[in-house]
Each structure stands twice: as C-alpha cells, then as structure tokens.
Design a protein. Structure first.
Length: 116
C-alpha cells in the first residue's frame, strides 16, 4: 500500500531547509573522499539517516522508515538504490547515488506540490 505524502511537510520552505542540510553534508562527504581517510562512511550514514527521516516525516505514517514500505515521495527505484547505498556507504559511487536521490526527491516534492 502506498504511503501518501503529507502536503504541508513538502512546502518549499521545509524542503529548502532539508536540502540545505544535505548540501553541507555533501561537502563533508566529498572532502572525506578526497582525503581518502575512511571518514566518508560516517558522514554517509548521517546523510542516509537524514534522507530517511525526511521521507517518513513528510509522509502520512506513524511507523519508522522501512524498506518494505512504498512511499509516494520516494523517487523511481529509490528503495532499491537506497539499499545499494546502505550496503556500501563508504564507496564513492554510493555517495554519487545518494546525491542523485536527494536531487530527485527535491524535484519530486515540487511536482507533488503542484499536483495536489
């Protein structure tokens, strides 16, 4: 069953704050990859948690984030991609994929705002 988006939770203001926090995290992850010191993984775990928290808080649900759930807000193939990222959070390819999920989710919020 599809978990619907909570309209007021995807206002431009809310989404901009959420995405702004990701931009700060993204810079830290990128810098960590350039240093090649293994610290990227911890930053990635925080980025993944930030993403999952937004999906749940922006959805009409009382349950914690679950890969078994289908969220209206989740981009195409988002859950499969997120599972790939979570399996190897220290890899650069996973960082790029997480960045794409954030960008696509931000765009999806804009589309869903216009739809309702």
């Amino acid at each position: 069953m599809m978990i619907s988006v909570q309209q007021q939770a995807i206002s431009k203001e809310v989404v901009d704050v959420w995405y702004g926090k990701w931009e700060i995290m993204r810079e830290a992850i990128h810098a960590a990859h350039e240093r090649r010191d293994g610290s990227a993984q911890q930053f990635m775990v925080e980025g993944i948690e930030h993403f999952e928290q937004f999906i749940v808080s922006s959805s009409i649900t009382d349950t914690p984030f679950s890969v078994q759930s289908e969220y209206e807000l989740m981009p195409i193939n988002g859950m499969e991609r997120l599972q790939f990222i979570k399996a190897r959070p220290g890899q650069y390819a996973c960082y790029r994929q997480l960045d794409e999920l954030y960008k696509e989710t931000k765009k999806r919020c804009a589309r869903l705002r216009m739809k309702k």
